[in-house]
Ligand binder design. Structure first.
Ligand SMILES: Cc1ncc(COP(=O)(O)O)c(C=O)c1O
Length: 387
């Protein structure tokens, strides 16, 4: 049997790194995980307790396709609390993770062959999902002076039907401030391109509050998730906010593609939204880890980094050290047992000279990881041993 052309998507390289790390652990080595893009913590206690209760009370069958009305209302309320945005709950669509949101958004907005701009470096699955849907992902190489976020000049005249941004971004953790987000929205709309804002790392900010595209326009799709701030990756639940006149279109697609997001996860997610104390404690761990990384990475010789405003990543330019980030990451894992992600996942052109460090795990792990990275670089003669 043949496979479709559009199924020829690339693997997620970080998964290969995780597998190599797992094998090393199986062989008895103790590995520090700086490759993973997920919290080391689980769902907040209040969320699991609410689910335990719900499991006793009913069968947790299908919900309606747009999601539990109480959850949609609570998400809308959060926009008032976090951003002072008055949001109609009818515009909220609960999705199977933000990944499910991408499928819904791309299907609702684009026709085969449409061109969608994505910043490079960026989250790899944008490109692969677009390709699998018969759409054209147009890489927009971003500049260090724009903190690796796209600017209107990057897509002027490119005839895009869509523009996708992320703030805070993966892999860089950099954010778009209100004016940068505003000029992107204006330029995209001026070109007739639909604007999609991936806001999955909102809540994980260290200097300033992230701006939601909804503060600036209603004519956009906002995609978010319970995976990161709410620490619920495996629960597969997220949400989208869409313009009022798109709700029915998205509902019809969601009914057919997914029926609904997992009911149990929706129950847990609703309760998680009232677990701020626990979630803020997680955030404080990331804040401490980030400070350690910003101090420790340059000392270890990783001096060329984009200062991260949010998320839990640091993206480092290592092109002065290697032109093969995959081999470099494999060597770090082999020599000192630290797993990191090669930049090729995020930027097919320039990623051979970059790597991403995640600081989502415990502070003890981060301290140990930094010590080992320093040793690796000293052994390679790239820094002095007493650095
Ligand atoms: C920028 C970005 N968007 C989306 C996702 C997918 O998240 P979800 O678990 O909500 O599908 C990730 C996962 O790491 C991500 O980094």
């Amino acid at each position: 049997m043949r496979n479709s052309t559009r199924s020829g998507v690339d693997p997620f390289i970080v998964m290969d790194v995780m597998e190599a790390a797992r094998k090393a652990e199986e062989a008895g080595r103790q590995i520090i995980h700086m490759e993973v893009g997920q919290p080391g913590t689980g769902a907040p206690k209040g969320a699991t307790e609410a689910l335990a209760k719900a499991m006793e009370q009913g069968p947790l069958g299908y919900t309606v396709a747009l999601g539990l009305p109480a959850l949609r209302r609570r998400i809308a309320q959060m926009y008032g609390e976090w951003y002072n945005v008055d949001l109609n709950p009818e515009r909220v669509v609960v999705t199977p993770g933000s990944s499910g949101g991408f499928l819904l958004a791309f299907t609702a907005l684009f026709d085969s062959g449409d061109r969608v701009g994505i910043g490079a470096p960026g989250y790899p699955s944008y490109r692969q999902i677009l390709r699998a849907l018969g759409l054209v992902a147009v890489d927009l190489p971003t500049a260090p002076e724009h903190r690796l976020q796209p600017v209107p000049a990057d897509f002027a005249g490119l005839n895009l039907q869509g523009l996708m941004v992320a703030s805070p971004a993966n892999p860089t953790g950099t954010m778009l401030d209100r004016s940068a987000m505003g000029t992107l929205i204006e330029a995209a709309q001026g070109q007739g391109a639909s604007f999609i804002s991936d806001e999955i790392y909102h809540g994980l900010e260290y200097e300033a509050k992230a701006v939601t595209a909804l503060e600036l326009t209603d004519e956009c799709y906002v995609i978010n998730s319970f995976s990161k701030y709410f620490s619920m990756t495996g629960w597969r639940v997220g949400w989208m906010v869409v313009p009022e006149d798109h709700v029915r279109v998205v509902e019809r697609i969601a009914q057919n593609m997914f029926i609904c997001a997992p009911h149990a996860s929706q129950v847990a997610a609703l309760a998680a939204m009232d677990c701020d104390e626990e979630l803020q404690a997680n955030l404080n761990v990331y804040r401490r880890n980030r400070a350690l990384m910003l101090d420790g990475l340059p000392k270890a010789g990783f001096t060329n980094i984009a200062p991260p405003d949010g998320a839990f990543y640091v993206y480092a330019d290592v092109s002065d050290l290697t032109d093969d980030s995959r081999a470099f990451a494999a060597e770090i894992l082999d020599k000192v047992g630290v797993a990191v992600t090669p930049g090729l996942d995020f930027d097919p052109q320039r990623g051979h000279g970059t790597i991403r460090f995640s600081y989502a795990r415990s502070t003890g792990d981060i301290e140990e990881g930094l010590r080992r990275l320093q040793r690796f670089m000293a052994d390679r003669g790239l820094i002095s041993a007493q650095a």
